[in-house]
Design a protein around this ligand. Structure first.
Ligand SMILES: *[C@@H]1O[C@H](CO)[C@@H](O)[C@H](O)[C@H]1NC(C)=O
Ligand SMILES: *[C@@H]1O[C@H](CO)[C@@H](O)[C@H](O)[C@H]1NC(C)=O
Ligand SMILES: *[C@@H]1O[C@H](CO)[C@@H](O)[C@H](O)[C@H]1NC(C)=O
Length: 417
């Protein structure tokens, strides 16, 4: 992994009409650019990394529910949402006053924000030691230390006072990051800090302190054909209408027990177009996750996708591979979410040819971005809509209204791959 920095931030305002019949919101929001970096070529198998993350998220989602029932803490049952990632986003976050900048992994799959994995905490007059122990185990990575209250600066004008943050005394598995910016739901912080039920997340506090007018986050990625490009943006407090087309369609977050721990939704998937659509996945619960590279499907849906596309698993890369002839016949993959269909075109199902060597593949081969989630049975997360979905659709994470939104973008139909 290399290190990337937040380059600049922009303050803007926009007026947006939601597709939902009830709300018309005038939003102000502040954007934070984020940089994507793939794991170093050859260092790991992308598909394996995505699967390991999915299994960890499933096991933590289940463990959380089970642990709560037994009165255990997260620390005792945690899994690994971060350190198995093949794709990582960094944001530069200031802590203290004057702030010291820390390079933090942006993670929608966990919710504690903490520093100290590499660069030491620089205490200032705003630092308050709560003397409460904090500990989060991410499976192959973990940190423990002490919880502090301090001023956190995400961007100019996006400042949180009295944010509860972890300061690691020990941390393994996060290099080269200094820690994590946790953007998942607050429930994932349950029992991670001594004497504390849940730790308000940075977005909770931005909202509570009036720095943002709604507890909403909009994420934009653009397809890239090169590695290490700053092509992402998080809008805190609203949605950036310069990044999408049409309107945002919202879906309530799922009530299905494992997926509901995360940014979970219900979705069905079909293959084809017009009246000739083949069902691939019946309505099921899964998650939207920035930390997953590919689109992961439960075993039955994956088998159907193979059958209809003629793709075959490639031993070298772990990706699905498709012949030129079958690529020519490839049809749309349709994601139906709360009655609205989002179409992944044949080109959007293709891994960018220019990144074939990054995954250890042949330059002229055709690899696909659909992979097997890796569980033998349906386990509560039946799909993961990862980065390769999110680079075609703008996504919105609305904590207040417990919903996730999507919209088309100028890149939905791009043929860049
Ligand atoms: C700071 O936050 C902590 C917990 O997050 C809370 O208990 C405390 O009341 C807050 N203090 C101020 C001054 O807002
Ligand atoms: C850790 O931080 C130091 C500066 O404190 C920096 O020089 C070094 O590159 C960082 N390590 C990694 C692996 O990024
Ligand atoms: C993508 O292309 C299809 C088929 O031409 C068209 O119906 C659809 O409106 C396009 N979507 C966007 C977001 O441009």
């Amino acid at each position: 992994m290399a290190k990337f920095y937040l380059l600049f931030s922009v303050l803007c305002t926009a007026s947006v009409v939601f597709a939902s019949p009830v709300v018309q919101i005038r939003d102000s929001f502040i954007t934070v650019p984020i940089a994507r970096k793939f794991a170093a070529a050859g260092s790991r198998n992308f598909v394996e990394a995505d699967r390991a993350r999915a299994l960890a998220l499933i096991s933590r989602g289940k463990a959380n529910a089970a642990a709560r029932a037994r009165g255990l803490s997260n620390a005792a049952v945690g899994a690994d949402p971060v350190s198995n990632q093949a794709v990582t986003y960094f944001a530069s976050v200031g802590v203290g006053s004057p702030p010291t900048q820390y390079e933090l992994i942006v993670d929608t799959g966990s919710s504690n924000t903490w520093i100290g994995a590499n660069k030491s905490y620089v205490k200032t007059s705003t630092s308050v030691d709560t003397e409460n122990a904090v500990s989060v185990s991410y499976g192959s990575g973990s940190f423990s230390g002490t919880e502090y209250l301090d001023t956190v600066t995400l961007a100019p004008g996006l400042v949180i006072e009295n944010q509860s943050i972890g300061v690691a005394s020990t941390a393994n598995g996060f290099e080269p990051a200094d820690g994590i910016l946790g953007l998942g739901p607050v429930d994932l912080t349950e029992d991670t800090v001594a004497n504390t039920q849940t730790v308000p997340t940075v977005t909770d506090n931005l909202f509570a302190q009036g720095a943002i007018s709604s507890n909403v986050m909009g994420i934009s990625f653009e397809p890239t054909t090169a590695d290490g490009v700053t092509n992402g943006e998080i809008a805190f407090g609203g949605i950036d209408s310069s990044k999408f087309t049409g309107s945002i369609n919202y879906a309530p977050t799922t009530s299905s027990p494992v997926a509901s721990k995360y940014w979970g939704i219900d979705q069905s998937i079909s293959y084809g177009s017009g009246t000739l659509k083949v069902p691939i996945l019946l309505p099921s619960a899964g998650i939207v996750d920035t930390g997953t590279t590919l689109i992961l499907l439960s075993p039955g849906a994956y088998a159907l996708y193979l059958a209809v596309t003629g793709a075959i698993p490639d031993q070298t890369t772990g990706f699905l591979k498709i012949s030129n002839a079958n690529l020519g016949r490839l049809q749309n993959l349709n994601f139906k979410i709360n009655g609205v269909t989002y179409v992944l075109t044949p080109n959007a199902q293709l891994w960018p040819h220019s990144l074939n060597t990054l995954i250890g593949g042949k330059e002229d081969a055709n690899y696909l971005i659909v992979a097997d989630i890796g569980t033998a049975f349906a386990e509560g997360i039946e799909f993961v809509n990862g980065y390769t979905f999110l680079e075609r659709f703008y996504s919105v994470y609305d904590t207040t209204n417990r919903r996730v939104g999507f919209a088309t973008t100028p890149f939905t139909n791009a043929t860049t791959n």
